[in-house]
Design a protein around this ligand. Structure first.
Ligand code: HBI
Length: 94
């Protein structure tokens, strides 16, 4: 799968307002805050199942009630539709 073009990237990000493009243009990130750790971990568990279903996995960190997610496609060394698809599905969970 090829990386998105600049135009495709701009269009995709316009539909993903909570996500920001990394300076190198190869990944998108979003931070989530929940009521407590239990809610944050429950969210992570749901994202994990999504990732398995899509065979596309996040780079993420959790500190108590916060979850920071970065999506990139290692196989393409850049941002692909797989990242956009997973980000869209994650936003539906949040
Ligand atoms: N997840 N974010 C991300 N990027 C990948 O390239 C990727 C993945 N999960 C599984 C996967 N690739 C498989 O296609 C194998 O390359 C591991």
């Amino acid at each position: 799968m090829n990386p998105l073009t600049a135009d495709e990237r701009a269009a995709a990000l316009a539909a993903l307002p909570g996500w920001t493009l990394r300076d190198d243009g190869k990944a998108i990130s979003r931070s989530f805050a929940f009521a407590d750790f239990r809610a944050a971990f429950g969210f992570m568990a749901q994202v994990a199942l999504l990732a398995e279903k899509q065979d596309h996995h996040p780079e993420w960190a959790n500190v108590y009630n916060r979850v920071d997610i970065t999506l990139t496609t290692h196989d393409a060394n850049g941002l692909t539709q797989r990242d956009i698809r997973l980000a869209t599905a994650i936003d539906r969970l949040a």
